[in-house]
Ligand binder design. Structure first.
Ligand SMILES: Nc1ncnc2c1ncn2[C@@H]1O[C@H](COP(=O)(O)OP(=O)(O)OP(=O)(O)O)[C@@H](O)[C@H]1O
Length: 299
């Protein structure tokens, strides 16, 4: 028998976290597992609940929600010496990380997946005092995402981000940055910077096929300054995963990065969908990876 702590966000996705939590509880009890349901009461609560579950020696901590909820659960586990296994039941809007890890988006199948034995290592990044599991954006992509309300996201999904993104591009804002890795140094005036740990951003999969969720690198794109017309012209590259082909785009990978906003200009950043740390951003990959329950690869 395994002991599962199930942390669910009642307000992620279509507000069905509670019914999904109950479904998980029934299925696990039926198979003679011990289950504790832990609903969140607000933002950041999932981090405290995950720490509490680890202290109580649960074998598996399940995050029920989207990348925001998974991020908060991981934030409670990442610093532990012997963290419990991470389970994911996708109940968010976009479910970017679940897609990357090929966790079924169907709830019943995702619950089945929780009860099998295949584990996969998952990189966790640290940005100042925050943790990162999926994507960090800075500049107009972060501004655009900040202007998407939860109800617009529920109604329009990815298209809500696209339309706000085009609005943000039209403002033609740009940000002077200094970017440093142990080996290199860049001075860039950019419209946006994007850091990803996986091959998918906002549900656009195959975005960067080279990036794997356990390869030990941040994959960094620094966009050139572009007119709105050029940005719209290159939108298909973004959507089809050919981001690197956009003329003037800088791409590199590193496991340690410092990003400083020149002139102390206020720049929005978002980490896994939530507003976050301010300049300078000191980023590093944690040495210890988490183990996440995923379907076994097809032979
Ligand atoms: N009880 C709660 N009430 C209100 N907000 C909450 C609560 N619990 C968590 N949150 C916040 O809700 C935010 C969104 O959650 P989450 O990312 O899981 O769903 P989503 O945005 O619908 O999905 P996705 O990230 O897949 O698009 C989280 O960042 C979290 O801080």
């Amino acid at each position: 028998m395994d002991r599962y702590a199930v942390i669910y966000n009642p307000h992620s996705g279509q507000n069905n976290g509670e019914s999904v939590g109950q479904k998980i509880e029934q299925a696990l009890i039926k198979n003679h597992h011990e289950v504790k349901l832990m609903p969140t009461e607000g933002p950041q609560d999932a981090t405290h609940l995950a720490k509490k579950a680890a202290r109580a020696d649960f074998d598996v901590v399940v995050a029920v929600g989207g990348d925001g909820t998974i991020n908060e659960v991981v934030s409670g586990l990442a610093a532990l010496d012997q963290p419990p296994y991470l389970g994911i039941v996708p109940a968010g809007t976009v479910n970017n990380l679940a897609r990357v890890l090929q966790i079924p988006l169907d709830i019943d199948q995702a619950i089945e997946n929780l009860q099998q034995v295949h584990m996969r290592p998952l990189d966790v990044g640290q940005v100042n005092d925050d943790y990162l599991i999926s994507t960090m954006t800075l500049g107009i992509l972060a501004d655009a995402a900040l202007n998407v309300t939860q109800s617009e996201k529920q109604k329009w999904g990815l298209f809500a981000f696209l339309s706000k993104g085009i609005h943000a591009l039209a403002k033609h804002q740009h940000y002077p940055l200094t970017i440093e890795t142990p080996n290199r140094h860049w001075q860039k005036d950019t419209q946006f910077l994007l850091v990803t740990l996986t091959n998918s951003v906002g549900g656009f999969t195959n975005f960067n096929p080279e990036a794997k969720p356990d390869d030990g690198y941040f994959h960094v794109f620094v966009a050139p300054k572009m007119s709105l017309a050029r940005s719209v012209m290159f939108l298909p590259y973004f959507l089809t995963g050919n981001f690197k082909k956009i003329p003037g785009m800088t791409y590199f990978k590193a496991n340690e990065i410092t990003i400083t906003t020149d002139n102390q200009e206020r720049v929005q950043t978002r980490i896994d969908g939530d507003p976050s740390a301010k300049s300078p951003l000191k980023m590093q990959l944690l040495e210890r990876k988490l183990q996440v329950i995923t379907p076994a690869p097809a032979i």
